[in-house]
Ligand binder design. Structure first.
Ligand code: NAD
Length: 361
């Protein structure tokens, strides 16, 4: 039976990498009926909405989506469509594997880390108070009254909610993921020494849940700034990391960097029964339409999608074909060449062609 899957091509480089991934998935032989939906800038132009309701409805119906990156204009009054989508669908867990592949430029070998990022709250909740607005002044006055602490009156304020519920949900997800994937250790990353009531709560809940799994999974804790340094020096010391939303976002780009860059970093956003697969990278607008960027991150997001829909053999086949093309180093994009100016670098679609050719029939 064919799988019906929502495809959101995205914008910027989205079309190029999504098309490359779609062609690779189709070439595995898995029968997929793609339901293509517009979101982001293109949807805004055509429908007047960044995230039309029919996109949400399509994912709710199909349960699975492959999504290209979407641009969020900075400071233009728009909230991120990506964050809005995760919130609308309650995709509370963001899972981002960071693995080294032979042939990718990296100072390290054999890294195999997984980031489990809380996706629903923290500073991404979108609760903000703009500088100079009456409600901001009221809040500043209320804070002074309740805490005797002064905030400059010309401040903007972003709220960082962290709940017991969402912390427990993501930490439990991380432990269950670790068990299901034969992982040995979870590191809870936080800044509880400074933010006692938010990160402190996240850590407290993590410690409690860790007790339930202590016979099977090692639990440790790390303060986020120290974690950043440890990861660039000794990434092999880590296995699964569980983090609140903002640290998860930053540390996953850091991990992408240590395994060879954003071009090779895939991801998944998961809810109770919905899943949206997307690369860690954004829409890299300056490369739009140039057929230049690396499709690997989107293709590996497609590999995660295939595993999710229980097409494990096709997933292994596509992952191996991708690994082979990268290891050979011939038909790869500029970012995977030793010299990014190397004239033998191929384009996005040619790299996808090479991967398709490598698939075992
Ligand atoms: P970006 O990830 O789009 O690009 C940063 C740099 O990384 C690029 O200039 C390029 O050098 C490199 N890069 C990214 N993808 C690559 C690829 N596939 N191959 C080779 N190199 C690659 O980050 P940005 O420039 O900060 O963000 C651009 C836009 O994307 C912003 O509007 C941002 O909000 C959005 N964004 C969207 C998502 C998402 O859709 N999930 C995620 C991150 C950023």
């Amino acid at each position: 039976m064919a799988h019906v899957i929502t495809l959101i091509p995205g914008d910027g480089i989205g079309y190029e990498v999504s098309l490359a991934a779609k062609r690779c998935l189709d070439a595995t032989g898995v029968k997929i009926i793609w339901e293509e939906m517009l979101a982001g800038q293109d949807a805004l132009i055509k429908t007047g909405e960044l995230l039309p309701q029919n996109v949400i409805a399509s994912i709710q119906k199909n349960k699975v989506a492959l999504k290209g990156p979407l641009t969020t204009p900075i400071g233009a009054g728009f909230r991120s469509v990506n964050v809005a989508l995760r919130q609308a669908l309650e995709l509370y867990a963001c899972v981002r594997p960071a693995k080294t592949y032979a042939g990718v430029k990296s100072s390290f070998q054999d890294i195999d880390l997984v980031i489990v990022r809380e996706n629903s709250e923290d500073l991404y909740a979108g609760i903000e108070f703009e500088e100079g607005k009456p409600e901001t002044k009221n809040l500043i006055a209320q804070i002074k009254k309740d805490t005797q602490k002064s905030i400059r009156t010309d401040s903007g304020i972003s709220i960082k909610p962290i709940s017991k519920f969402a912390s427990a949900r993501i930490v439990r997800y991380a432990f269950e993921y670790a068990l299901a994937n034969k992982r040995k250790k979870i590191t809870c990353v936080h800044k509880a020494n400074i933010m006692k009531f938010t990160d402190g709560l996240f850590l407290k809940v993590a410690r409690e849940i860790a007790q339930e799994f202590k016979a099977k999974i090692i639990f440790e804790e790390a303060i986020v700034d120290n974690m950043a340094m440890q990861l660039v020096q000794k990434p092999h010391n880590y296995d699964v990391l569980v983090l609140p939303n903002l640290y998860g976002d930053i540390i996953s780009d850091l991990c992408a960097g240590i395994v060879g860059g954003l071009g090779v970093a895939p991801g998944a956003n998961l809810g109770k029964d919905l899943a949206v697969f997307e690369a860690v990278h954004g829409s890299a607008p300056k490369y739009k339409g140039l057929n230049k960027v690396n499709p690997t991150a989107m293709i590996l997001s497609g590999v995660l999608l295939l595993r999710h829909i229980r097409e494990a053999a096709a997933a292994d086949n596509l992952e191996q074909a991708t690994k082979d093309v990268i290891a050979e180093g011939k038909f790869v994009t500029y970012d995977l060449k030793a010299d990014p100016q190397d004239p033998t670098a191929v384009g996005t679609s040619q790299m996808a062609d090479a991967i398709i050719k490598r698939l075992k029939k």
